[in-house]
Design a binder for this molecule. Structure first.
Ligand code: CDP
Length: 237
């Protein structure tokens, strides 16, 4: 796209630009892959394009199912137009099974099924290492109101109810995922992204990993697995 753009924010794998319109931003998905709070970094060819395609597909599914998202339209292979949200400084995690941080934190066996799924809040703060937050912490720090806490939980569970069966139909377990919400014209919308960078996806038969843990754990063939996951979902990449 040749739209006149001004840099607003450079994240770890996305860049946000102002394009001279008050209510929207341009989001660019880059090839950067990071892990361990930026300590590991690599450029993975095609990652931006695949993430942009997967995000477009999943945000579309969510929108069709009544979830309000920031996603507006695809502008190019790695770019979208999105509503400009005023983001809450918390990350919402849903876990259908135990993996990653929670195994260490609570001494749980990897793969243990959570029924009902577990919901957790984390503080969005790289300098503090994104610590786990209780609801009382959120109220104490003024990060969200009780009503916003409830809304984020309800929306996160609803999103899990929409996406878990979708992944399951093509043989994947949606193990866990991260969501971020923000305000648009007085209402909470889903922002950020839904890609293989922000969720865990395991093959139901083989247990193979198709998400960013391939990068975190140096398992190799990261992009090949991202592509395979997209193809199984029927997404053209
Ligand atoms: O594995 P780690 O302890 O870093 O994170 P986690 O709390 O187990 O992450 C749960 C899920 O949220 C995983 O699918 C992560 O990829 C995702 N996540 C994310 O996308 N961004 C973060 N800042 C933290 C977690």
């Amino acid at each position: 796209m040749t739209t006149e753009r001004t840099l607003l924010y450079t994240g770890k794998s996305k860049t946000i630009y102002d394009i001279g319109e008050k209510d929207v931003v341009l989001v660019e998905f880059r090839n950067d892959a990071t892990a361990f709070n930026g300590a590991r970094h690599a450029l993975l060819e095609d990652k931006g394009r695949i993430n942009c395609a997967v995000d477009a597909f999943l945000m579309g599914v969510l929108a069709k199912n009544g979830i309000k998202t920031h996603w507006l339209k695809r502008l190019g292979p790695t770019e979208i137009l999105a509503r400009r949200l005023d983001m809450l400084k918390v990350e919402c995690i849903i876990r259908n099974r135990a993996a990653g941080g929670i195994c260490k934190r609570l001494g749980l066996e990897r793969g243990r099924v959570f029924s009902p799924p577990l919901f957790e809040f984390f503080l969005k703060d790289d300098a503090l290492g994104d610590p786990l937050l209780t609801e009382d912490h959120i109220l104490l720090l003024g990060l969200a109101t009780q009503e916003e806490i409830s809304t984020m939980k309800v929306l996160s569970y609803k999103i899990n109810d929409i996406l878990s069966p979708l992944f399951s139909e093509v043989g994947f377990d949606l193990v866990d995922f991260k969501l971020e919400f923000g305000y648009y014209q007085g209402e909470l919308f889903l922002g950020d992204e839904f890609t293989l960078d922000g969720c865990r996806l395991w093959d139901q038969k083989t247990g193979d990993i198709y998400d960013k843990d391939r990068f975190r754990q140096d398992l190799g063939d990261v992009i090949e697995h991202y592509k395979q996951a997209a193809l199984r979902l029927g997404i053209e990449v």
